[in-house]
Design a binder for this molecule. Structure first.
Ligand SMILES: Cc1cc2nc3c(=O)[nH]c(=O)nc-3n(C[C@H](O)[C@H](O)[C@H](O)COP(=O)(O)O)c2cc1C
Length: 168
């Protein structure tokens, strides 16, 4: 698949088979997350890989959006490691993790693995269930796996504004 095909084919999968994700594919996806650019190259991304059934049950306590997937990556950042903008003290964690999550989705697609980015999770519950230390901030759950045969993109997948509306 060339890069344009990866971009064109990716959509938010919301119906997954329970077929496990192969360890080699997971490793390639994590490698993509590792090489993503981060502000000041501080590399604050921290990722919890959730695959065991009892851990997936904990995911379901935190979000309604696992959609039956067998693998969830909780993409977090370490707030003690992020780059901090000197003018206003804003840290780069959310932005860094957004790039990492995008790399994950696109790498997954290139391997024929479906994904959906999930922001609709309860962060406090996630911290509690997965015993995340105080310095670790969860930003997204990247839900990964194989789409069911009848899975289809939601209607809004193809509803993008024209480029004129995007440009200021
Ligand atoms: C920051 C962000 C948060 C999202 N959160 C959720 C979510 O919690 N649950 C969900 O089902 N989809 C979620 N999505 C998926 C979007 O709804 C989806 O990307 C959008 O509707 C466009 O559809 P497409 O991904 O199929 O192109 C999220 C996407 C982004 C980028």
């Amino acid at each position: 698949m060339n890069f344009q095909e990866v971009l064109d084919k990716r959509y938010s999968v919301r119906n997954f088979e329970d077929t496990p994700l192969e360890s080699e594919k997971l490793a390639s996806i994590l490698e993509a997350a590792r090489i993503a650019p981060t502000a000041g190259n501080k590399q604050p991304q921290r990722i919890l890989v959730v695959r065991k059934p009892e851990e997936l049950e904990k995911i379901d306590l935190c979000t309604p959006c696992r959609y039956g997937a067998p693998t969830v990556l909780i993409v977090c950042y370490d707030k003690t490691v992020c780059w901090v903008r000197p003018f206003d003290g804003e840290n780069s964690g959310q932005v860094d993790d957004s790039i990492v999550g995008t790399y994950i989705m696109l790498k997954a697609e290139s391997l024929g693995v479906g994904s959906v980015w999930v922001m609709k999770f309860d962060p406090a519950k996630t911290v509690e269930q997965f015993k995340l230390p105080e310095n670790i901030v969860p930003v997204a759950m990247l839900v990964l796996g194989y789409a069911t045969k009848d899975a289809e993109p939601a209607e809004r997948h193809s509803q993008r504004f024209p480029i004129e509306q995007m440009l200021l």
